[in-house]
Write a protein that binds this ligand. Sequence first.
Ligand code: 4AZ
Length: 234
Amino acid sequence: IIGGDPASQGTYPWFASAMIDDIWGGCGGMLVAPEYVLTAAHCVGSFNAFDIGSLCNTSENCGQPSELIAMSGQPIVHPEYFIVENDFALVKLERRSTITPVSMDSNNLVSSYSSSKSLWTVGFGRQDPTAPYYPEELFHVEVKYVPHSICVSNYEDHIFDVTNNMMCAADPGQDSCNGDSGGPLMDRENNTLVGIVSWGEDCAHPEYPGVYAKISSQWNWIRDTICSGHSTPR
Ligand code: 4AZ
């Protein structure tokens, strides 16, 4: 997270840190049902567990309850995932978490956003090019919604295109960065998860917004996948 502040207790209790046993796996995620974590498909392979609700990178109590829960079976990657397109994966946990899951944008709330709309992104990722890759505390930062047509033109000459399954957000000096992938883009006014940290050219680049997998574009897949595992999304 570039240009942010430490996240305070209670703000993102459902935040899930990807872990390889008890070592950080380099990605974030979100508890979206008692037995499911949603993350980025490109994070798959870097974790076998999630630490849900922790505000710090040590094993001490960081002010709110956290639960380290191993994954059950293989992650479920979106069937149309390809490089940066449909960067969605669901991970079934080996047991239910007792933490309350985050609500998701099932109604395409995003379609009502204007360019000044405030959103927040969260993670243990890079804070600047020289800082340690994994900060001691969970950070968050405010970013502003970038309308789709503007973001498409921002990335016009780039190797990757911005598609309808993506959404963008940016603010000068503020962005998600390496290690934040898989984590949330939140609408805090509506307490709703709208995106998954996915990709972008560099971090806080003045011409290239951060790009997020758009929850509402694959809501049916998310819902059906969770429901077929006999658990209920919020
Ligand atoms: C990454 O590599 C990454 N500025 C995540 C987010 C952004 C760029 C890169 C967006 O995980």
